[in-house]
Write a protein that binds this ligand. Structure first.
Ligand SMILES: [Zn+2]
Length: 132
C-alpha cells in the first residue's frame, strides 16, 4: 500500500526551470561523496522549487526520505537525488521509492552537468522533462 496516495491531487508536470536544475547540480556537487536529496515542487506544470524534507539523511549509499515528515502538499510532484556513482539509473531502492510516491523523479550523477541527469515516472520508466 502506498504511504501517500494523493497522486491524483498532484500537479501534472512537463518541465523544470534551468535555474532549479543548476541548483540541484550545484548542491549535488557540494554534497559529494554523499548523496543530495530533495523533493520537487511544481507550479503550473513547471518544477521551480526544491523542498528539503526535514530529517533527510545523506549517506554514501542512499538518501533516506523520512516519508512521515511529508506534508500534504499537492505541488510536490516527486523527488530528486544524486548518485555519486556516475550512473543515473535507479537502484532497486529507488524504484521502490518511485513506486510509492510521486510521478516525476530526477536522478543526477557525476559529473553533475546539464547532461548527467535523467527523469523517471512512478514506475521507473524514463520520462521526458523539458528545461525552460
Ligand atoms: Zn538512487
Amino acid at each position: 500500500m502506498p504511504l501517500f496516495d494523493f497522486t491524483k491531487r498532484m500537479e501534472p508536470v512537463r518541465a523544470i526551470k534551468k535555474r532549479t536544475l543548476k541548483m540541484i547540480l550545484e548542491a549535488s556537487k557540494s554534497q559529494y561523496p554523499n548523496e543530495f536529496a530533495a523533493m520537487l515542487k511544481a507550479d503550473k506544470g513547471v518544477i521551480k522549487e526544491l523542498w528539503l524534507l526535514p530529517g533527510t539523511e545523506s549517506g554514501e549509499t542512499s538518501a533516506l526520505f523520512r516519508m512521515h515528515m511529508m506534508p500534504h502538499e499537492p505541488k510536490i510532484v516527486g523527488t530528486v537525488h544524486s548518485h555519486p556513482s556516475g550512473s543515473y539509473y535507479p537502484s532497486d531502492a529507488d524504484l521502490d521509492l518511485f513506486n510509492r510516491f510521486g510521478y516525476c523523479h530526477i536522478i543526477v550523477c557525476e559529473p553533475y552537468n546539464m547532461r548527467s541527469w535523467a527523469c523517471y515516472d512512478g514506475h521507473g520508466n524514463r520520462r521526458k522533462l523539458d528545461t525552460v
